[in-house]
Ligand binder design. Structure first.
Ligand code: NAD
Length: 445
């Protein structure tokens, strides 16, 4: 197997027929990017409501710039939506699998969606097609897809995705690198050429290494976050300030600033399940991976310590208290609440007997209706002020920009007791204290 690094940049590529299976947080930005790069893209998804909305030009997810890119692709006649994987894959030269790989009960990645999609497209694939696995999958999954497809005249390659929710369009148009894992270098080169217009460097390796790189990347990001959260706790213990500590670290080019902001714990649809899956992979291979175990348990401690901080703010007893929560998504600029630490913390507080009045800019429409299953037990509020009415403490759990523009005099007057637990270090402690608040951040004096 050849392994190495080359550039995809420069030169126009011929337009190709591409199918995208699964138009979620990964599939939709990928589809819109490929259409933008001049390819003819057909997206297939089993969610009929999602496809109907997309045909009307309505986005099923919140992503900056996505609507414009999708609408431009549709207007150019290069982006279409159909309601099945087979209908999308028929006749395509490249078929991207972008379906979920959620966490199974034992921590491993559940491959059932990938297998179902492969089973569906197998019979309709054109001879010579390349099936591209973009879903995050354990080592060996390329072989699983090959077996389920049951075709000897098509090639399966691994092409892990690294985009970040909230900046998915930017990340798809300008990826740091493209990674293709394949036993067939020609198939890898063909996939690389599809993205030539992005100018990103192309790393070609074998499928096993590509699959491992994706997990390594997310495990490393989780490690940075657990590290900085641990340092924030140490700062509290020794009386140091984590914000200045991070300046001191970040300007060191070997360290940098990215993924070094303390928070309520890491979450989202990827890091928790991917670290769990990597631990399972390591375990099956006979390696304990104590470092990564510490990263995961450190995150559990962080989430639990956020609950403790809020309980301390309301006098040590959550039962009977009223807690305002700002932010429910796992981070700002996305509507994704999958494995969100904010939801976890809010629900733990509710389970301890607090009345939790929660606001998030992406759930305002839900404030009047029946709450979705993951938010049961919380009282959803239409704005940040309403959440604070009569509250004994405010917990800031997601770093939405609009929270920076809130009138804190109004917040203070609405609250029963003006206390802020700022799990994102959004606010200036001195400024809030001057306004009469008791303030606790993360790792701050
Ligand atoms: P998602 O849940 O947002 O979207 C998946 C889509 O696939 C849904 O619309 C679903 O209806 C559809 N689907 C499921 N089975 C199907 C089938 N048989 N045929 C057609 N459509 C089907 O998921 P996502 O967040 O986009 O994640 C997809 C994969 O990408 C996962 O493996 C994930 O780990 C990986 N990934 C996600 C991110 C991220 O930030 N979300 C980043 C990198 C990699």
């Amino acid at each position: 197997m050849s392994s190495g690094r080359s550039a995809t940049g420069g030169g126009a590529t011929a337009s190709r027929d591409v199918a995208i299976i699964g138009v979620g947080y990964v599939g939709l930005p990928t589809a819109a990017t490929l259409a933008h790069l001049g390819h003819r893209v057909v997206c297939g998804d089993t969610d009929e409501a999602r496809i109907a909305a997309l045909r009307r030009g309505e986005m099923p997810i919140l992503e900056a710039g996505l609507e414009q890119l999708v609408r431009a692709g549709m207007a150019a006649g290069r982006l279409r939506f159909v309601t099945s994987a087979a209908a999308a894959a028929e006749g395509a030269e490249f078929v991207f699998l972008c379906v979920p790989t959620p966490q199974s009960d034992d921590g491993s990645a559940d491959l059932s969606y990938v297998e179902a999609a492969a089973r569906e497209i197998g019979p309709v694939l054109a001879g010579g097609a390349v099936v591209v696995n973009k879903s995050t999958v354990p080592v060996g999954s390329t072989l699983v897809v090959e077996r389920v497809l049951g075709r000897t005249d098509v090639t399966v390659v691994s092409n892990p995705e690294f985009l970040r929710e909230g900046t998915a369009v930017h990340d798809s148009l300008h990826p740091d690198r493209l990674l293709v894992g394949a036993d067939d270098p020609e198939a890898a080169a063909r996939v690389g050429r599809l993205f030539a217009g992005t100018g990103a460097p192309l790393i070609v390796t074998d499928a096993t290494t590509a699959e491992t790189i994706k997990y390594a990347s997310n495990a490393f990001l989780a490690t940075k976050l657990s590290f900085v959260n641990a340092m924030a706790r140490l700062c509290e213990a020794v009386g140091a300030d984590v914000r200045d500590l991070l300046l001191g670290l970040g300007y060191d080019k070997r360290i940098g600033f990215d993924y070094l902001r303390p928070g309520p714990g890491w979450g989202g649809s990827c890091l928790p399940k991917d670290t769990a899956a990597l631990l399972r992979i390591a375990e099956s291979a006979g390696y304990e991976f104590p470092l990564l175990r510490g990263v995961v348990s450190g995150n559990e401690e962080q989430i639990a310590s956020m609950v403790d901080k809020v309980v301390a703010e309301v006098g040590g007893q959550a039962a009977g208290s009223v807690v305002a929560v700002w932010g429910l998504t796992f981070k700002a600029n996305t509507d994704d609440r999958r494995t969100s630490p904010a939801v976890d913390i809010a629900r733990r507080l509710a389970a301890l007997g607090a009345r939790v009045q929660a606001y998030d800019p992406t759930v305002t429409g839900l404030a009047t209706g029946r709450p979705p299953a993951d938010l049961t037990g919380l009282e959803l509020c239409p704005d940040a002020y309403e959440a604070c009415r009569g509250a004994d403490a405010l917990a800031v759990l997601t770093e939405w920009d609009e929270f920076r523009r809130v009138d804190f005099d109004k917040v203070r007057d609405l609250m029963a007791s003006p206390r802020v637990m700022d799990a994102r270090n959004l606010f200036d402690p001195a400024a809030l204290r001057r306004r009469g608040f008791a303030y606790t951040g993360i790792g701050r004096r």
